[in-house]
Design a binder for this molecule. Structure first.
Ligand code: NAD
Ligand code: DAU
Length: 341
C-alpha cells in the first residue's frame, strides 16, 4: 500500500512513518508537510534514505499539489494541523486555515482524483472536540456518542475539520474514518507541550510552569499506541465510522509533575505556579471500548509509570535534538533548504 501521510514531519507523524516502515515492509509512505515551526525533518533523519519513504514539501491547502498526490496514493492518513492550544489562544487564524480549510482541500483533492470513492481516508483528530469532563464524576468518559462541545480555538478548529470530514463521507459516500485520541507522549514531541517542556526545562536548570491549581486531568497514551491505532483504523475500520482512542491512564498535572520531578531527581521547589490557561479544560478521559471490541486494538506501550520513564529517558538521551528545536537552529537550517512557510 502507498500511504499519503500529511504532517509526517511532526511529533505523531514521524512516529507513524517509523512504525509503518518497521511493521509493514511492503508499504510506502509519502509525507506531505509544509514544515511549520513544529515540522522538523530531523525527526525522520534515521529513515530519510529508505526508498519506501518520500518527502514532499508543500501545503495541504494547495489543491493542485494535493490532487496530484491523491492520484499517486492508495490511501490517506491526515495528521497535518496546528496542534498547540496555547498558540490558538494567541492567534486562531492559522488553526482555521490549516485545520479546517486544509482538511476540506484534501477531501476535495481526493474527490477529484478518486471519484469512485475507493481510497480510504483517516482523519486524525482529538478528544478535545468533546469539551471537558467534571473532576468529581470519574465515571464519565468521552465516547463516540458524546456531543461535540469544543472550548479552545484549537479544539473548535479540529471539531470543524471533523464536521467537514463527516459531511464528505455522508454527502459523497467517501470512505472517511475519524479518530479522536487523548494526550500523546513519546519521542520527538515539540517542547512546548507539557512533558518535553518540563523535562528539558529541568535539564537546563529551569523551573516548570504549572498552570492554575494543577488539578486538570489528562489521559496519557504512548505515541506508538496511537500510531498503531491509526494504522488499525486505516486497515480495518468501517468507512463513515468514528473511533475514540485512549489509554485509561488519567493523571492530574500535579501528579504528572511530581512523577517527572522524581525521575529527574529534582524537588518541589522547581515547580513554578503560573496563571492558568484561559478556558482551561478540566478533564479528558476516553472510553476506547469500540476500537478494542470492533478492531481488536489494545495499547501495549502505555503502562504507567514505565511509559513515562521511557519518554523522559528519550529527552535525557537526545539533548542535541531538543536543544536545536528550543534554540530555533533547526528552523534556520531547513529554511535554507526549503524556504519558510
Ligand atoms: P505537531 O504540531 O507535532 O505536527 C504537525 C505537523 O503538521 C507538522 O509537521 C507541521 O509542519 C504540519 N503542518 C501543519 N500545518 C500544515 C499545512 N497547512 N500543510 C502541511 N503540513 C502542515 O502535531 P502532533 O502533536 O504530531 O499532532 C498531529 C495530529 O494529531 C494533529 O492533527 C493533532 O490535532 C492530532 N492529535 C494530537 C494529539 C497529541 O497529543 N499531540 C492527540 C490527539 C490528536
Ligand atoms: O487531548 C489531546 C490534545 O492533547 C491534542 O489534541 C493536542 O494537540 C495536544 O497539544 C494536547 O493538548 P493539551 O492542551 O492537553 O496539551 P499540553 O501539553 O499543552 O498541556 C497538557 C496539560 O498541561 C494541560 O492541562 C495544560 C498543562 N500545562 C501545559 C503547559 C504547556 C501546564 O500546566 N504548563 C505548561 O507549561
Amino acid at each position: 500500500m502507498n500511504i499519503l501521510l500529511t504532517g509526517g514531519s511532526g511529533f505523531i507523524g514521524s512516529n507513524f512513518v517509523r512504525l509503518v516502515l518497521r511493521e509493514r515492509p511492503d508499504y510506502r509512505v509519502t509525507n506531505l508537510d509544509c514544515l511549520t515551526y513544529s515540522g522538523n525533518p530531523e525527526n525522520l533523519a534515521d529513515i530519510e534514505d529508505d526508498d519506501r519513504y518520500t518527502f514532499v514539501h508543500g501545503n495541504i491547502c494547495d489543491l493542485e499539489l494535493c490532487t496530484k498526490l491523491m492520484h499517486d496514493c492508495d490511501a490517506v492518513v491526515h495528521m497535518a494541523a496546528e496542534s498547540h492550544v496555547d498558540r490558538s489562544i494567541i492567534d486562531a487564524r492559522p488553526f482555521v486555515e490549516s485545520n479546517v480549510l486544509g482538511t476540506q482541500t484534501l477531501l476535495d483533492a481526493l474527490r477529484r482524483a478518486d471519484p469512485g470513492g475507493t481510497k480510504r481516508f483517516v482523519h486524525v483528530s482529538t478528544d478535545e472536540v468533546f469539551g471537558d469532563l467534571p473532576l468529581d464524576k470519574p465515571e464519565e468518559l468521552f465516547s463516540e456518542t458524546t456531543p461535540y462541545a469544543p472550548s479552545s480555538p484549537y479544539s473548535a478548529s479540529k471539531a470543524g475539520s471533523d464536521m467537514v470530514a463527516r459531511a464528505y463521507a455522508h454527502t459523497f459516500g467517501m470512505p472517511v474514518m475519524i479518530t479522536n485520541c487523548s494526550n500523546n507522549h513519546g519521542p520527538y514531541q515539540f517542547p512546548e507541550k507539557v512533558i518535553p517542556l518540563f523535562v528539558t526545562n529541568l535539564i537546563e536548570g529551569k523551573k516548570v510552569p504549572l498552570y492554575g491549581d494543577g488539578k486538570n486531568v489528562r489521559d496519557w497514551l504512548h505515541v506508538e499506541d496511537h500510531c498503531e491505532a491509526v494504522l488499525t483504523v486505516l486497515e480495518k475500520g468501517t468507512p463513515g465510522e468514528q473511533y475514540c482512542i485512549g489509554g485509561n491512564n488519567e493523571r492530574s498535572n500535579l501528579e504528572l509533575t511530581h512523577a517527572i520531578l522524581e525521575l529527574m531527581g529534582k524537588g518541589e521547589d522547581m515547580i513554578e505556579p503560573v496563571t492558568d490557561r484561559l478556558g482551561h479544560d478540566r478533564r479528558y478521559a476516553i472510553d476506547a471500548t469500540k476500537i478494542k471490541r470492533d478492531l481488536g486494538w489494545e495499547p501495549t506501550r502505555s503502562a504507567w509509570p514505565q511509559a513515562l520513564e521511557h519518554t523522559v529517558k528519550w529527552y535525557v538521551d537526545h539533548p542535541r535534538w531538543w536543544q536545536n528545536v528550543k534554540s530555533g537552529a533547526y528552523r534556520e537550517y531547513y529554511a535554507k533548504q526549503y524556504g519558510t512557510r
